[in-house]
Design a protein around this ligand. Structure first.
Ligand SMILES: C[S@@+](CC[C@H](N)C(=O)[O-])C[C@H]1O[C@@H](n2cnc3c(N)ncnc32)[C@H](O)[C@@H]1O
Length: 235
């Protein structure tokens, strides 16, 4: 796939809108909508993917929480399904880090207008007892606190290439076959580093990558997946 990124507004012909008939989703989205940068199309996709991921063993993890909107939405879905899985929410709460040459718009420090207390208040208002929070750069500062866990779902909403890559490499060996990675911002002109990362990685061993048109790339781990170190050594 070329690095020559081109853009066009996507105008879908299909109009099926299941979120309109989903009262639980509507109620949850109303609670989180002022705490998220993510539109209801992508939020509904997260809502549906949580149900599928929770058929697998393990917890769920989000890196890139900001004010807690998508994280609490996914935790609500798990709560409604009666799942014992925890939702681990990871953020610096001091803004974006690791912006670099592959990122056209981000410089670092964006989205610092939040706090751990903001997220905890939202979770409290929603009655969510299934979230855990980790403050710091992930994975370097906080990954060791959950390094012995398995994750059936990972939501990567970090905006820039290097953070996205570091999260993926950390979580991939901790996911079962069938585990789901969702990259937010895939295809957004302001987050070209994420598009570049997915485009570079989409043919990697043991993964099926869905390039959605809504601003998500969804990666599903298959039985052919090899650990990264084996791939690096060519085995
Ligand atoms: C676009 S916001 C997340 C939006 C959120 N998911 C929502 O519902 O609107 C991106 C967040 O990623 C965080 N972030 C970026 N890279 C990170 C990293 N390596 N570790 C922890 N947090 C990171 C930033 O602090 C920022 O809050």
């Amino acid at each position: 796939m070329t690095d020559d990124l081109r853009y066009e507004s996507v105008l879908p012909n299909a109009t099926y809108a299941p979120w309109l008939a989903d009262a639980d989703f509507q109620a949850a989205f109303a609670q989180i909508r002022d705490h998220t940068l993510v539109d209801h199309f992508r939020c509904y996709e997260l809502w549906q993917l949580v149900e599928q991921a929770l058929r697998l063993p393990g917890d769920m993890i989000e890196v890139g929480v900001w004010r807690g909107g998508t994280g609490c939405l996914m935790a609500r879905r798990a709560q409604l399904l009666g799942s014992p899985a925890k939702m681990v929410l990871c953020d610096t709460f001091a803004g974006v880090v690791k912006a670099g040459r592959k990122d056209g718009a981000y410089r670092g420090g964006e989205h610092a207008d939040t706090s751990l207390e903001t997220v905890r208040a939202l979770a409290g208002a929603m009655g969510l007892a299934n979230i855990e929070t980790l403050t710091g750069i992930f994975p370097e500062d906080t990954g060791d606190k959950v390094a012995d866990r398995t994750f059936s779902l990972c939501h990567i909403d970090v905006d820039v290439y290097q953070s996205g890559l570091d999260v993926l490499e950390w979580v991939w060996p901790r996911m079962p076959v069938g585990g789901i990675v969702i990259y937010d911002d895939y295809g957004f002109a302001t987050c070209d580093g994420i598009t570049r990362l997915v485009n570079e990685r989409y043919v990697h061993d043991g993964a099926v990558t869905l390039h959605n048109l809504n601003g998500h790339a969804v990666v599903i781990k298959t039985a052919g997946a090899k650990p990264f170190w084996k791939r690096l050594l060519g085995r």
